[in-house]
Design a protein around this ligand. Sequence first.
Ligand SMILES: Nc1ncnc2c1ncn2[C@@H]1O[C@H](COP(=O)(O)OP(=O)(O)OP(=O)(O)O)[C@@H](O)[C@H]1O
Ligand SMILES: [Mg+2]
Length: 446
Amino acid sequence: MKQQPSVLLVDDSRDMLELLRRYMNGMGLTPFTTNNVVDAIAVLEQGPVNLVITDLNMPDVSGTQLVRYIAQHFPKIPVLVITGFPDVQAAVEVMKQGAVEYLVKPVTEAELRSAVEKVLGTNTEENIAEDVAGPIAVPHMGIIGRSPRMQEVFRIMERTRNNNATILVSGESGTGKEVVARAVHYNSDRSTAPFLAVNCGAIPDQLLESELFGHTKGAFTGATTNRAGFFQAADGGTLFLDEIGNATAAVQAKLLRAVQEKEITMLGGTKAQRVNVRLISASNADLNEMVRTGTFREDLFYRLNLINIHLPPLRERTEDIPLLINHFNAKYSKDMGKKPLRIPARVMDALEAYLWPGNVRELENFIHRLVIMKDNAVAMEDLPETMKMANPERSGGHPHGDDRMRTLAEVEKEHIERVLESARQNKTKAAEILGIDRKTLREKLK
Ligand SMILES: Nc1ncnc2c1ncn2[C@@H]1O[C@H](COP(=O)(O)OP(=O)(O)OP(=O)(O)O)[C@@H](O)[C@H]1O
Ligand SMILES: [Mg+2]
């Protein structure tokens, strides 16, 4: 599969973004769109972007600041500026900050094409990947992975990004549920409207309803004015309901109505409001189980779960591990202005064999720490015992050199110990990895 260069489009005008997106598609580039600088930076952090095309005059943070930020943090990414106000002073300024081209609206497709070709000619894929050894991370919508399981995830994302189907993203902690939700939004035709993430587990029960749906003046003590909630704020865009399993019965009832009737009522209010919001939910609790025990409404579950995207734990897609390691190694090294660390094959093997109970988040933090602590190369001694243990060469898991076949009980014992070690003695986590319940694990440990 040949990877198309990706281009990040930043403009506060929805129409302009749409136009640019069409031009980019026509040129065989993969466009990402955002309508403000803060989101643009979030997209840049997510993974390689080959070109940025930005407007200058935008509310809040200006395009000039974005140009400066990119020059500092992503010096290899060329920036093309398109502005509505021809202003020599501003043009000189952004070119000094690092922009490579300056175009004035209205731009024709031909003008744009020639500018993009000129710029990308100096920024080929080889260029981006030049100092990273091993497999190169080719991100799909900013998400890294080449395993068949992730290919399947990408396929579903591709099919569903532009329809308004609700999506439930499931998977263990740190598998990338929020990244997937963001990627779907920023690659959808809603990308210029807000993406809002609400952590239903972090908002106290009695507040969640008013945070989501808003409240009217006098709805409760302290409600001195009418206040909009996340649903109103995300109008036209996407609402990401994280840890949806924490929603109370009252919230669940209102969510059902929001999905079914596309209507909400503020807390304390009587009038229904129409809302146009795409819902993406996530949970690392087992919602099926919650439905079975009656703590989560079945009707709501089916409504939210029209499309299910399951993110497998990292230990079930080990071919993604070296890709992710190289990606974060390159990213954090670049942030610190140094060359990526060399990672010898032996070390890479050990990291691949490790079970990563905290999934991609744990891997990202680990590599970040190494980049801070080490120069040049990583050695076996830099790995904590838990990771060295996972290395098949050292764990005795190899049949070679062992003069007798071990019994099933011995293998089981050793495997349980290894998993426990890798899960930092967290029995719940270990049981989850082993695919048994805690009670069974406790019995086996005895
Ligand atoms: N496939 C991926 N490619 C690149 N980065 C990833 C990928 N998956 C996860 N990450 C990174 O790993 C970290 C954790 O991801 P995220 O927050 O999406 O996990 P999560 O599933 O929502 O976890 P939790 O259940 O704990 O909230 C983030 O920094 C994210 O950018
Ligand atoms: Mg999350």
